[in-house]
Design a protein around this ligand. Structure first.
Ligand code: SF4
Ligand code: MG
Length: 337
């Protein structure tokens, strides 16, 4: 498998303006120089505490935000630099399933109109073919065709998310960003929606970025997982390897809160409670961005920013414990070591 999505040095800064003159006084570094790949047909989980920048990454990938810097190559095109017209033509191949199906569906449109809207814009189908396609999509997500002329309020949260998924599928996308797609749903139906997403992935050969704070659900659905902290990636690893033994201290702390499904191994992992608050993304710490909270912090961590590097086959970790920096590089910083 080769990457369908290649992200290189992506930055997403939001300028801060203050004072009467609205002077530019700094930037919120929501996403600060991250690089990763998503392979064709896989699900990459993206996890981290709220505010770490994971939703911003999802939006920047689809260019719902204008990236501050970096390349985002999706199926061969650099999405970050496409002209508006080229972006419009590219749009059908990359779609988003939103967290809140209530807020993302127009309450004054029928289900058929909602699902059919992308078809009007891009497909040029006759009205008979369009209706056939709408029915096909409703079948695919398990919605009864008889409900095509109802409005969103007539549906449960889970059914509304199925409508959102059908709309996302209308133009046969290759890549879908799922941004907390089950967070707003009752626990009892979360698994149904996740199973639907997995089933559609198998049938249609979809590639997912699955953004979630639900680490148990990510373990279930993801092939690989990227762990974000304060706008940067701490670790990217295959899901089983990560959950068995996280290498980055932040990943270790985050995953220590996940219940162990294998009871014979219960107690094998201690819950790690991090001290202090996440620093402001407008003023991240010097050196490693986790150094103010890391239980394993060393002097070098406050001086030199660790790079995301291979730590084991298919595992990338940004930490000086995993990749001790050589004395020469540490010496250049003056007081590291
Ligand atoms: Fe902790 Fe240092 Fe590793 Fe950062 S580089 S995670 S502060 S040990
Ligand atoms: Mg979010």
């Amino acid at each position: 498998t080769r990457p369908l999505v290649e992200v290189r040095n992506l930055k997403m800064y939001f300028p801060i303006h203050s004072g009467l003159m609205r002077k530019h006084t700094g930037d919120v570094k929501a996403v600060d120089d991250i690089s990763f790949d998503i392979y064709e047909g896989e699900t990459l989980g993206l996890v981290g505490e709220s505010g770490c920048g994971k939703s911003t990454v999802g939006r920047a990938l689809l260019r719902l935000y204008e990236p501050t810097a970096g390349q985002i190559t999706i199926a061969g095109d650099d999405v970050a630099s496409l002209s508006p017209e080229a972006l419009r033509r590219k749009r059908p191949t990359m779609q988003m399933v939103f967290q809140d199906p209530q807020a993302s569906l127009n309450p004054r449109m029928t289900v058929a109109d909602i699902i059919g809207e992308p078809l009007d814009e891009h497909s040029g189908l006759s009205s008979a073919d369009k209706l056939a396609r709408i029915y096909e999509l409703m079948d695919a997500v398990g919605l009864n065709r008889a409900f095509a002329n109802r409005y969103p309020h007539a549906f449960s949260g889970g059914q509304r998310q199925r409508i959102g998924i059908a709309r996302a599928l209308a133009l046969n996308p290759k890549f879908i960003v799922c941004d907390e797609p089950i967070a707003a749903l009752d626990v009892s139906i979360q698994a149904q929606v996740v199973n639907l997403l997995e089933d559609l992935q198998d049938r249609l050969g979809l590639t997912y970025l699955f953004i979630s704070h639900d680490l148990s659900m990510v373990r279930h659905i993801a092939d690989r997982v990227a762990v974000m902290y304060l706008g940067q990636i701490a670790e990217i690893s295959p899901v089983d390897a990560l959950y068995a033994r996280p290498l980055h201290p932040y990943a270790e702390a985050l995953l220590s809160a996940v219940p162990e499904p294998d009871p014979s191994r219960e107690g094998a992992r201690q819950r790690i409670i991090l001290k202090g608050d996440v620093p402001s993304p407008a003023n991240p710490p010097k050196g490693c961005n986790f150094c103010t909270r890391c239980p394993k912090v060393m002097p070098v961590c406050r001086e030199v920013e660790p790079r995301l590097q291979e730590a084991a086959p298919d595992r990338l970790v940004a930490c000086h414990l995993i990749h001790p920096i050589d004395a020469a590089r540490a010496g250049q910083t003056g007081q590291a070591g």
